[in-house]
Design a protein around this ligand. Sequence first.
Ligand code: URA
Length: 431
Amino acid sequence: MFLTAELITKKRDGKKLSEEEIRFLVSEYTGGSIPDYQMAAFLMAAFIRGLDRRETTFLTRAMLESGRVFDLSSLPAPKIDKHSTGGVGDKVSLVLAPWVASCGVAVPMISGRGLGHTGGTLDKLSAIPGFRTDFSIEQFTEILRGNNFFMAGQTVEIAPADKKIYALRDVTGTVPSIPLITASILSKKLAGGAEAILFDVKVGRGAFMRTPKEAKELAFWLCAVARQFKVKAEAVLTRMDEPLGRFVGNILEVKEALEFLSGRFEADLYHVTEYLAVRMLGLAGIEEKEARRLLSARLLDGSARQHFRELVRLQGGFVGAVENPGLFARAEYQIPVRAPQAGWVWSLDAREVGLLAIELGAGRKTVQDKIDYTVGFEFLKKTGAQVEKEETVAFVHSNSTVTGREVAMELGQLYDIRREKKKAPGLIIKS
Ligand code: URA
């Protein structure tokens, strides 16, 4: 037994905590014996004083072991997961997981909801009527056995300590700490039972890590701590300055993912997704040339799309809409956004786009908010495109003409258009 106040004092004074001390804090807080105010004080002390890698490993383990862990050892396929640190228009997981699964690699994917200005895979999946992400570990394992992948949320069984601690961090200014982020992400990801994890660390205006230096540091911590759990880990840094792909918004992004799986895609989304897919297959021991050949074959012969269809069926979703995306609900109004002047698009700030999407109802302002799955944006022009004055550069999908028009005005102002030519930047920063 320890005294909670003593442990807070120890961290406040910059001392290191032992595994037993950290385990005590996590288990007593999760069990309800340590109140929020003491845990909040500890988190702030950890935020300011930092945790070293050993302490972060202890914290990860304590949070991981607060719940259950998938045992996938009886499945013969290699088991590889991917984690993105979050962006705008980032529907990569919706395409990547079925695509990699169709190549014979099992993908036990545990995803999150939207955070701040970023969208979350779970919210996009919830836009499919009936789709469930809260099965038991046994049920998810059966889904994985049948279709080579599942897409789960953080259920009551998966890292419940993280769920409680994250909610507290969210309201106490203690989210942006690399050790706390590392432990939080890994406690959920390691619960999935993957042998290897690929981290897509987003960097730029629309990412939580604004500079490559910060992103590299987070990538380093995620890989270093994951390896303490005997999990192979690699990280890729990808640019998130403007929205990825053509659409932002939940149903719109699911439809874009389905288009991709049918062989029609935007170049930027294809580039990032294929790169990550090759790296995931690489973690499964498939060399690059063969990985590219396999991925191309599985996309062309429809097996990647078939895996997505089967996922929707197994997880209770409306398969009819996957077969005929016209059956998805659609926002009532599509309001054009016009270019304020002629020239080249220099930038389209992803963070501001994400915040406008929330304004429209595509994301939450508070945890209680209900999402309008139909609303969002379609971008016809992005960085590097040439535009004429008054040309339609985007559409706002809205269920209110008033809000839709206001948001369309603001979106138009986010387009930085200049007379000088601009090339679209590469998206893979460092691998
Ligand atoms: N995502 C998480 O799951 N946890 C964090 O702390 C930050 C991002």
